[in-house]
Ligand binder design. Structure first.
Ligand code: ADP
Ligand code: ZN
Length: 524
């Protein structure tokens, strides 16, 4: 197709050139392919469906989870052109006559983009309307597509119904977009949306201007926080807490210390929330103390720090939240406070949930704990988690790289680990493998008769705290991988097999021992 897309970009959006993969994404969609876009927050995803929608015949259906975001996007699109009726939305906030007006605009072919909330899309009335003969769908865009997966940080069951509904309304190309790129989520999205042959476009998730640090959460955490904020006087920042109660308390403490702070969580009324947001954007308030309800759709380019007062429940969420710092490319300091006690608390919270959900929750939490405890480059760790290889040994912009730990030789341990994985037929997760290596006769191990194997207890006298970092380093070095489909079964790679034939040096760094650093004593 030889449309001059750059011209269209200029015409509609006033931009001179495409960002990253935008142009290739758009061409693929225009050619009628299913397309899958993975870009970090701020990467420019929206334009990937907005521009083709404006170019193509018919109406693009955009499925988006947030009503507030929808309105915002519709306003933006309608602001770009003289013809103000290019975008509309259908959701529960509209009354009957507004809905009828939107339907009329769609039927008459004026609407190029129709934003629909997933729960609206599942309503018979809308489905009947969208499949009626007067409506021509150019394509479907599924925004925040990770909401389809229980492995994402924002699972929404209605998203699972998107494919059947698309089939009912009438087939057209599908473009799925997300800023969550773990393999597990990626596979879930393609499966659930029925797009096995979708063309995938993934841009790097690295945010070089963000500085990552993890600090032990000790009794003096509030003091540390106040000191940090005062040292960054006048800069905008967000502090995330897990509970509404903590949000209120901490905001109060900060205010008592002459910091212009405000609380934000879903328990506050709409007006207060929107005022707080405005005050933050207008810089009447410097620091927002919030639950994760805050942030989606807030495009403040100069947020200079994002602090996690409590450890996040998943690294997906963590990455999304820290991604709100330094969008303008300037400084962005991301600090997480971590304690073993908090981890145990979160695990306890999960106990009442369905077993499958608990299992997922625990595994996500373990990854967060591993991130906090590791001594390897945090950027390398995060990018590896998102399936990306960060080639440098030292990023220069995380605590671990600025204060590198001493390395110790881990060759013998790696040999023990690889042999154990092989003995277990590559069919178990890391905790099981560690128990096996340590010679612990857990019920699970005994029931598999694995305590009878020669390799059982082969690393008995080696330091317990060594094993998680050995596994982590082995993954980062490509000797071992966690299987995606089965989520977490440890597999040995070709490189790992080569290593066993010819073991080379394997320097590793021990994890930080947070049990000893915990607040309120020894953390037991
Ligand atoms: P995402 O949805 O991936 O987080 P957005 O679609 O909100 O990202 O885009 C982030 C910012 O980049 C927006 O302010 C948008 O206007 C801007 N942007 C998108 N594409 C371009 C482009 N080609 N040139 C310049 N700015 C762009
Ligand atoms: Zn680093």
């Amino acid at each position: 197709m030889d449309i001059n897309l750059t011209e269209k970009l200029k015409q509609y959006f006033g931009f001179d050139k495409f960002k990253g993969e935008q142009e290739r994404v758009i061409r693929s969609l225009l050619e009628g392919n299913d397309v899958f876009v993975l870009m970090p927050t701020g990467g420019g995803k929206s334009l990937c469906y907005q521009l083709p929608a404006l170019i193509m015949d018919g109406t693009a259906i955009v499925i988006s989870p947030l009503i507030a975001l929808m309105k915002n996007q519709v306003d933006v699109i309608n602001g770009i052109s003289e013809d103000s009726g290019l975008a509309h939305y259908l959701n529960s906030s509209l009354n009957k006559s507004a809905i009828d007006q939107v339907k009329k605009d769609v039927r008459e072919g004026r609407t190029k983009l129709l934003y629909v909330a997933p729960e609206s899309l599942t309503k018979d009335d809308y489905v009947d309307f969208l499949k009626s003969p007067g409506v021509k769908v150019s394509f479907y865009a599924v925004d925040e597509a990770h909401c389809i997966s229980e492995w994402g940080h924002d699972f929404r069951p209605e998203y699972r119904r998107i494919r059947p509904i698309i089939n009912e309304i009438g087939k057209a190309p599908v473009i799925a977009l997300t800023a969550t790129a773990t393999d597990k989520v990626r596979i879930d999205i393609k499966k659930s949306l029925g797009m096995p042959d979708a063309l995938e476009f993934k841009s790097s998730f690295n945010r070089p201007n963000l500085y990552y640090e993890v600090r032990p959460k000790t009794d003096g955490v509030d003091k540390q926080l106040i000191k940090f904020i005062k040292a960054n006087h006048g800069k905008s920042g967000i502090i995330y807490c897990l509970s509404r109660k903590k949000v209120e308390e901490l905001a109060e403490v900060l205010r008592a210390n002459d910091i212009r702070a405000a609380a934000y969580h879903a328990g506050l009324d709409t007006q207060t929330r929107s005022e707080t947001q405005d005050n933050f954007l207008m810089e009447e308030v410097d620091v927002i103390v919030a639950t994760i309800a805050f942030g989606m759709g807030i495009d403040k380019p100069d947020v200079r720090f994002v602090i996690h007062y409590d450890i996040p429940k998943s690294l997906e969420g963590y990455y999304q939240e820290t991604g709100r710092a330094g969008r303008d490319g300037g400084e962005g300091v991301c600090i997480a406070f971590y304690s073993h006690k908090d981890l145990q608390k979160l695990e306890k919270f999960m106990e009442g949930k369905p077993v499958a959900e608990q299992d997922i929750g625990r595994q996500l939490l373990q990854e967060t704990a591993a991130y906090a405890e590791t001594s390897v480059c945090r950027r390398k760790f995060l990018l590896h988690y998102f399936g990306e290889d960060y080639p440098n040994e030292n990023c220069g912009n995380c605590d671990n790289c600025r204060n590198p730990k001493e390395k110790v030789e881990g060759r013998e341990e790696l040999i023990v680990l690889l042999n154990a994985i092989i003995a277990l037929k590559e069919n178990f997760r890391s905790q099981y493998v560690v128990d096996f290596i340590k010679g612990r006769g857990t019920d699970d191990i005994v029931s598999h008769n694995h305590d009878k194997l020669e390799e059982f207890g082969s690393g008995e006298d080696m330091d317990e705290k060594f094993w998680n970092p050995v596994i982590r380093h082995a993954m980062l070095a490509g000797y071992v991988r966690k299987d995606v489909e089965s989520y977490g079964l440890l597999k040995i790679t070709d490189l790992g097999k080569d290593f066993l034939k010819n073991p080379v040096s394997f320097p590793i760094m021990k994890d930080t021992d947070f049990r000893q650093l915990d607040y309120g004593g020894n953390g037991e």
